[in-house]
Ligand binder design. Sequence first.
Ligand code: SF4
Length: 350
Amino acid sequence: MQTQTSPNLVGASRAEIAALVGDLDPRPYRAAQVYRWVARRLAGSLDEMTNLPKSLRESLARSVVIRDPEIVEVRRGDEGTAKFALAHSDGAVVEAVAMPMEGHTTLCLSSQAGCAVGCVFCVTGILGAGRNLSGGEIFGQYRAIMRHQGLVGAPVNVVFMGMGEPLLNLPGVTRAVELLSETVSPRRITVSTSGIVPGLAKLAALDRRPKLAVSLNATTQEQRERLMPIAARWPLDELLAALRAFPLERGRRITFEYVMMAGVNDTLEDARRLPRLLRGIPCKVNLIPLNPDARYLAGLAAPDEETISAFAGVLAAAHVNVTVRWSKGRDVAAACGQLRGQVIGERAAP
Ligand code: SF4
């Protein structure tokens, strides 16, 4: 009989599924079928596994579960963006976002139920630390949203830019990337870090390496420490040296995210320093005007458009590949830096 502690097939590796299924049917192709249903076809129940004999499905139903985090709320924004609150069996709630783009959907997943990094421009960071999510829990966010949105089989990009610092949860994130790679090319998966230097080497060692994004946000060590306390532990020069050594597949570039804050990091001096810092790193820069939050980010605002354009102009003139990313989903607090995992307590919003 299934119990709360019955093994969950969501998040299980091929070998783990082979061991679980092998006890009931030793033929290897049966385990391969089960793995395909869970990891590739994103089946939500054993009943969907129609090419398995009913007797095997019944035996499996007595010993394993297929459990994704439960979608407890969906908020839809004007541009088709959907923000999901997903609850785990221990009550931890995380948020993830689906954003329709041209020709595909981008899913932004969370790697932790909070964040200890404490960036001053990020609501998740202001709200504090939360536990690591397992690979199965992260993969479960993807499965739950793909099914809910009718996206199974459709092209998606996955970014680890939701709640949490992915490189502080490498076991969970690497397992999730492994499972995601069954249906999403690693070229379409991006792990975004605040700059956990030792984690970069571990990410670089993965067989199927996702793309890398780095949340930079400053052009001097002093400024970065003020905005991102983690910079005191892993200083800017160490981070840039690690990025220069990071192995990049042909044609790949590192994305630098730069959240622009009026009067904080938006001067032309900053703009002139940035290309010098990034010299020698194949990269592009995403300028992200701050998503304001009167409650949690009081005193911080986005620069005006003229300032942002002038900043971008300096980068372009220095031959830096630069884009300005106006975040989607601001109207439902689904934009960059706005995820908090507390939707349940804030249902007042329409
Ligand atoms: S920006 Fe990322 S690393 Fe920084 S506090 Fe927010 S979730 Fe954590």
